[in-house]
Design a protein around this ligand. Structure first.
Ligand code: TEU
Ligand code: CA
Length: 550
């Protein structure tokens, strides 16, 4: 019942440009570096690449603070490099998805420079201001600010400006039709170049009530409810679709889409003509705490979201990105004995669920959290400001560092591990963020040669998904919901039916096949050399099996 289209069938590979490949020895990944790895990307079997922001930026939040939307960050290269990258991808049949960061700009963007210069600047209303003669603004929480305060006083015009993220990321005022037209024209600039998709960063937050009413106590604990889904959010999305998106054969994805499936459907119901698909964070957010996660919760979350989108609307499926820990460290088991098997199992999950897989660079090698000991090793504004905040409040810095070790965004942002040479082959200089020392035994060059590697398993999984549409469109049915160790489900499309069995533990488990399910033929995927077919499956630690059914 789901209409077929390329962006449902593709696998999206996320490249964090700062950390992928440095080409000139300055320690920072760049576009020429990515170009030098195009054949590697092709070898993965992915259909699209999503690049984190590569626009001009003072780099307060690694490019999520944009000072010029139509220029390339000089550290990353030039517009010529960009054009060459796009061409090189297209020649290899790979599409390009760009990050659109338009909830906020950099405070160094020309619009903001003008806006802050005077209350009568024609750019003033591109941002949100609170004149100080009205007293203190009503409290608004900031995700990244040292004081968690989203209002920053600016003496130049005796006013506060709003920033949901860092103080170098002032929020744009989407109430202003001129601002919206500027953004649309910037979007056309990139789409006219042939870009194939857009990831709308933090877009759920764009619509604010400009009267900034007082919010109920404790609102910040339910921030998506109060910041997401503002009064005109969907009007803006419909306008953007009419004026821009609908004019191109592209895909669009909402980063964040409200508090649950009902909210998310509003972004992606085809009848509403807004965006094509959405990420929800309920899955990746699970298990952020010290005690990990319960598999039964994991199964419940993914099953609930699948059923809500079974008939219409479409989701992304992912377990990692640049904002969360490494998937194997969080959802798998990154001890050497189980790292490979659990990485392959997680890959199996992502590539056999309904939804478009988004796969973070390095996960195809089973890269792990770096777990820094000292604050000096971190670069992320969120971690650095969080630390400063705890320090200012005289809080427990040891506890803060322990949490950061598990959760901090820099855990997954370390340089890509290409080979066993110095700095993992990422740079000849000093990397902007330390390389994980395990690169000597965990790297692309070794895995490329090993037919049993995590890398070659990923390649096999992308090929399998491409070969079998049942893995893209097939109906999903959860089996044995209450089993705390095994995640098992079937996918069915017409006469084709396939069983996925995932042992989410480091122990051997046996799993009796439910009556009526009869495997037929060789498994499509299996992360161990063999598998014992029915009536009871004997599963190895972290074993994953995908087998067709009669
Ligand atoms: O992240 C957005 C983001 O973190 C929120 O959508 C999230 O819901 C909130 O923090 C609550 O957990 C994006 C980027 O992925 C991230 O790297 C940027 O730092 C951020 O936007 C600001 O642009
Ligand atoms: Ca460089």
């Amino acid at each position: 019942s789901q209409a077929e289209t390329w962006w449902k069938e593709t696998v999206v590979y996320q490249i964090y440009p700062r950390s992928f490949q440095d080409s000139n020895g300055d320690g920072v990944g760049d576009l020429k570096g990515i170009i030098s790895r195009l054949d590697y990307l092709k070898s993965l079997g992915v259909g699209a690449v999503w690049l984190n922001p590569i626009y001009a930026s003072p780099n307060d939040d690694n490019g999520y603070d944009i000072s010029d939307y139509r220029r390339i960050q000089p550290e990353f290269g030039t517009m010529q490099d960009f054009d060459a990258l796009l061409k090189g991808l297209h020649q290899r049949g790979i599409r390009l998805v760009m990050d659109m960061v338009v909830n906020h700009s950099s405070d160094e963007h020309e619009w903001f420079r003008q806006a802050r210069s005077s209350r009568t600047s024609p750019y003033r209303d591109y941002y949100h201001w609170w004149p100080a003669e009205k007293g203190k603004p009503t409290p608004r929480y900031s995700f990244f600010d040292v004081n968690s305060d989203a209002w920053k006083y600016d003496s130049l015009t005796n006013s506060y400006y709003l920033h949901y993220f860092s103080r170098k990321q002032p929020d744009l005022n989407w109430e202003n039709p001129r601002l919206r037209q500027e953004v649309y024209s910037m979007m056309r600039f990139w789409l006219d170049k042939g870009v194939d998709g857009l990831r709308m960063d933090a877009f759920q937050y764009v619509s604010k009530d400009p009267s900034f009413p007082v919010l109920p106590a404790g609102y910040e604990k339910d921030i998506i409810r109060y910041y997401g889904g503002g009064p005109h959010l969907h009007d803006y999305l419909q306008e953007m679709n009419r004026e821009v998106l609908s004019k191109y054969n592209i895909m669009s994805v909402a980063e964040g889409a409200g508090s649950g499936p009902t909210d998310a459907m509003l972004f992606v119901d085809p009848a509403r003509r807004e965006l094509d698909m959405a990420y929800h964070f309920e899955g990746v957010d699970l298990g952020s705490g010290p005690d990990g996660y319960k598999l039964t919760d994991f199964k419940r979350i993914y099953t609930r979201w699948d059923s809500a989108f079974a008939q219409r609307g479409w989701l992304a499926i992912f377990l990692a990105n640049h904002d969360v820990p490494r998937m194997v460290s969080k959802f798998g088991d990154d001890r050497p004995a189980f790292r490979d098997a659990s990485s392959k199992l997680l890959t199996t999950f992502i590539l056999t669920m309904r939804g478009t897989p988004y796969y973070f660079n390095g996960d195809e090698l089973g890269m792990t959290n770096i777990r820094f000991e000292r604050i000096e090793d971190y670069r992320d504004v969120a971690t650095l400001n969080g630390y400063q905040q705890v320090k200012n409040q005289g809080g427990d810095l040891t506890a803060f560092l322990a949490t950061a070790k598990r959760q901090a965004r820099d855990n997954c942002r370390t340089p890509f591990q290409w080979d066993a040479t110095a700095n993992a082959g990422f740079t000849t200089g000093t990397p902007w963020l330390k390389v994980n020392p395990n690169y000597r035994t965990l790297n692309q060059a070794d895995q490329n040669k090993d037919s049993n590697s995590v890398l070659n398993y990923f390649r096999k999984a992308t090929a399998t998904r491409k070969q079998h549409k049942v893995l893209v469109y097939g109906r999903y049915q959860l089996l044995d919901a209450r089993n705390p160790h095994i995640y098992a489900y079937t996918r069915t499309l017409g006469k084709e039916k396939v069983l996925v069995v995932l042992n989410f533990t480091a122990e051997q488990r046996s799993w009796p096949l439910p009556t009526g399910l009869t495997p037929s033929g060789q498994p499509w995927l299996n992360n161990y050399p063999s598998f014992m077919a029915g009536p009871t499956l004997a599963l190895q630690p972290w074993q994953a099996v995908v087998v067709p059914l009669r």
